[in-house]
Write a protein that binds this ligand. Sequence first.
Ligand code: FAD
Length: 277
Amino acid sequence: MTAQKISIEFFPPKTEVGLEKLNASVDALLPLGPEYFSVTYGAGGSTRGQTQSVVTGMARRGLNVAPHLSFGTDSEEIIAELLQSYVDEGIKRLVALRGDLASGMGQVKPVYANELVEFIRARFGDWFHISVACYPEQHPQAIDLSTDIQYLAGKLDAGSDAAVTQYFYSLEGFLYFRDRCVAAGISKPIYPGIMPILNTENLIRFSDLCGADIPRWLRNAMNDLKSQEDLLRFGEDVVSDLCAGLLAEGVPGLHFYSMNQSQAVLNICERLNFSED
Ligand code: FAD
């Protein structure tokens, strides 16, 4: 049995029932000994209050938690107040993003992730461990891969500690990206983001939006599976093989996109023979 560095991401639920489900998932996942749980931040700051409330609840349970954060359309004062509330709760981690604007928010000048990292370091020094996002298959708005990697190097140099990737299903694609990052002088750790396969339609729709590639063979295989049970079992095969390949290649840990559910992450970690020790 091997202890592995894992982190697990949630989104802030909209209802009480959703919150109960999230808390049940956290309880179920705790025995894996995750390094931290992270909680996403709605596009343009649309879940500022919910993210803050979920994160505060977790911190008060003594959990190591990392709120995601972006400027959106908010002022420096609002973001500084939010950050101060995290400091007051003893929260020491963040995931800093440019983020996307929610539809209907109009056009505002984007605050890129490197600018948010600079802002956090200028106001709060080294209090926070900061992770940023990166894209093995290139951010959908990037000019090209080299430019995207240069901006990644820039946001790491601005004072962030690590990067977490968008999810992907191609081990080769990730390894190529990692080699390119090293060649560009990036030496901070890059944690692969792992998306369990839970629902074919949702995964295809979301991947098309965020620019994550689902290889043709995988799309075809998912579409061909008739029962949800078969899909889950197949998904666990695919994702645990991917994780095993990544670990064999020496990644520093794995970041799971839980979709607020626990079973798939638990099953994948069991197949990988993970335990807290
Ligand atoms: P940036 O790093 O700022 O990059 C955005 C784009 O601009 C890229 O194309 C880049 O090449 C380019 N760029 C970067 N810096 C500059 C610059 N200085 N000048 C000009 N161009 C630049 N979204 C949410 O809404 N909420 C979340 O909680 C959330 N969590 C995420 C967690 C992870 C691990 C990942 C991988 C993504 C997450 N996202 C989240 C999605 C993310 O918000 C979007 O992908 C967004 O479009 C880009 O955010 P970023 O921080 O990567 O942007």
